[in-house]
Design a protein around this ligand. Sequence first.
Ligand code: ZN
Length: 90
Amino acid sequence: MTTIHRQVHCEWCCEDLDHASTGRAKRFCSTRCRVAYSRAMKRHAAVCVEAALAGQPEPPRDFGQPVKIRAYEIDGAGNVTKRARPGGER
Ligand SMILES: [Zn+2]
């Protein structure tokens, strides 16, 4: 049994993420969400640069979802199960 830690929700739309037992950790449910997030992040970066040049504090981020991480267990057959956390969600 192997335990991995992965995000519970898509960072853009908050959709539940399904995790495969192999490959890279997912942050988004789809390419569409990944692209939308990276566009918003670029826009935000440009706003931050302008604020910095004007001597103002960095503006807050008003997009995306807070990241939640949960442990997943992989058995010998490659099945992934969410591990029940005593005390419920954080
Ligand atoms: Zn999504």
